[in-house]
Design a protein around this ligand. Sequence first.
Ligand SMILES: NC(=O)c1ccc[n+]([C@@H]2O[C@H](COP(=O)([O-])OP(=O)(O)OC[C@H]3O[C@@H](n4cnc5c(N)ncnc54)[C@H](O)[C@@H]3O)[C@@H](O)[C@H]2O)c1
Length: 389
Amino acid sequence: MTKTLNVAMIGGGFMGKAHALAYAAMPMFFWPAPAIPVRKVVVDINPAAAETARQRFGFEEASSDWRAVIARPDIDIVDIVTPNDSHAEIAIAAAQAGKHIICEKPLARTALESKGMLDAVNAAGVIHMVAFNYRRTPAVALAHKFITEGRIGKILNFRGTYLQDWSADPDSPLSWRFNKKIAGSGSVGDIGTHVVDLARYLVGDISAVNAMTHTYVKTRPLQSGGVDKLGAADKNASGPRGAVDVDDEMLTMLRFANGAVGSIEATRNAYGRNNFLTFEIHGERGSIVFNYERRDELQVVFADDPAEVRGFRTIYTGPAHPYGDGLWPIPGLGIGYTETKIVECYDLCKAIVSGQQPSPNFADGYRIELIAEAILHSGQTGLWTEIPA
Ligand SMILES: NC(=O)c1ccc[n+]([C@@H]2O[C@H](COP(=O)([O-])OP(=O)(O)OC[C@H]3O[C@@H](n4cnc5c(N)ncnc54)[C@H](O)[C@@H]3O)[C@@H](O)[C@H]2O)c1
């Protein structure tokens, strides 16, 4: 009999949907599954949202009291999909209750909060994962494989972007994502950290940054409460407005510990760029290019390709590539956002069953928060800022 793992998911919003889909679908893709996740309890601070999430996302029970749910002996995994201001409190309590934890990114609002979470999971000896799911796109994992195998040689340069436009319209609503007290930061924490995770995964750790940060849209229409609204579809140009106190644009140069150089741009103001998460990596023996908007494809060029055919070729990921044994049987059928979360769930369950920490875990999440803080600090001072060891 395959082991079962009972999940308590805290938060029944956008990411709640993505994680619930992954719990349901993971054993349909990866079989034999390392374990079967059971959607036991969904918790939302808003009782009506909890009950709606129970019905929609297929959980057995709904609750609005995460403390009571975390204390239950039948819960194995606590899944934190709440806004960033509650990650630390919930994760520390879950660790103290001996639960395995997956927490959405960014790990917390600050490096200090993240450090408290890391200390708690280390003290408890539980499995912990931070949900930077984009590295679980098969094409990204293939890029990692090529780099690890030395196919493009020593890495010289990483250029990453995360460009979005869901909030480019200044009249789109004031989501919690524009509030420093809840979010911690804006483009840096929300989308920039995804690129920092890819940079660390593919190239190595970052030792210093030199950044610019900016807030172009300084007020937005207040929301009426209830479900958080994203984007211009819900815009309300005539209502009262509230202040935006986080960055919506950042550019940073990077110095990697291994001597490579690089840059990251993240913006919420890029009309026409929907989820333009990209990287271009140059090595001494070749280059690799990825764009999440074309997530089945990886472009590569190798220096030892014959000169008359040398140029970027496009690989369509499929069964021959990482995670290909579980996903779809033919290249080009196409994966979506859900598949990255299914793979994340698979790796989490494998980690719990094997007792081996997955990556990225809270130690990575804490490093990424240190880098995010250095970017914000450099954005204020204009100075190169070293990341503490
Ligand atoms: N990995 C990704 O690609 C990705 C994408 C979007 C969001 N996120 C992250 O996921 C997390 C959640 O974001 P979202 O988009 O799902 O937000 P959301 O606003 O859609 O949903 C959050 C839900 O949590 C509930 N909630 C708030 N505080 C709570 C508390 N203390 N206890 C219980 N429930 C509470 C809210 O009522 C809401 O239903 C954030 O950390 C965000 O940065 C990650």
